[in-house]
Design a protein around this ligand. Structure first.
Ligand code: M6P
Ligand code: ZN
Length: 186
């Protein structure tokens, strides 16, 4: 592929439309196997058409030295109290990443294998993901989508098995009008 020329990308924070557009990924319950605490409830809903989150990318490719971007939109919702979330991943090549909150309210859960951290995210917040920290996003609102822009090194990669093997250190669970973080196993 030829080197990229400088170009402008516009996005609409209200709709997640990226122009020019790259790949769009849609994740439903069936794509989130082994991640929710209540596996019985997950089994019952695994055939659901409901979109848990979608990822709209720009055309910048995931190749070394490039800086791809994507806008992720997480629907409001929960499974047995556990808030809708992304799969979460670790970068096989440990490199950092930044998230910028666009709409709604969410959280960025990070885990380095020993310690977890939680960053509240809302429009205008930059969440910094240091190298070596697995990361998952959560929508903490009961009625509004949570949307954020991600910028990451094109050679970082996505390791999803790491999260299945190590967990994320904590889970975000609805508590009345708010939420609480509970131990990953609990
Ligand atoms: C952000 C970025 C992407 C990631 C997406 C969804 O947009 O971190 O690289 O793919 O969130 O998260 P996940 O890959 O964990 O499902
Ligand atoms: Zn990442």
């Amino acid at each position: 592929t030829p080197p990229l020329r400088p170009f402008q990308i516009t996005f609409d924070a209200a709709t997640a439309v990226v122009d020019p557009a790259g790949p769009v990924l849609t994740r439903r319950m069936a794509d989130l196997e082994g991640l929710f605490r209540d596996q019985r409830a997950w089994q019952e809903l695994r055939g659901s058409e409901k979109v848990v989150y979608s990822v709209h990318s720009s055309p910048v490719p995931e190749t070394p030295r490039e800086l791809p971007q994507s806008i992720t939109t997480i629907s409001p919702g929960e499974l047995s109290g556990e808030l809708f979330m992304t799969k979460g991943h670790q970068h096989p090549d440990p490199q950092g990443e930044i998230y910028l909150g666009l709409t709604g309210t969410g959280g960025l859960l990070l885990f380095d294998g020993a310690e977890h951290a939680w960053l509240d995210m809302s429009p205008g917040t930059i969440g910094y993901i240091p190298p070596g920290w697995a990361h998952r996003s959560v929508n903490v609102s009961a009625d509004e989508p949570y949307r954020f822009l991600a910028v990451y090194p094109g050679s970082a990669g996505h390791d999803y098995q790491w999260v299945l093997d190590h967990g994320m250190g904590a889970r975000a669970v609805r508590l009345g009008d708010a939420f609480e973080l509970v131990p990953y196993g609990g």
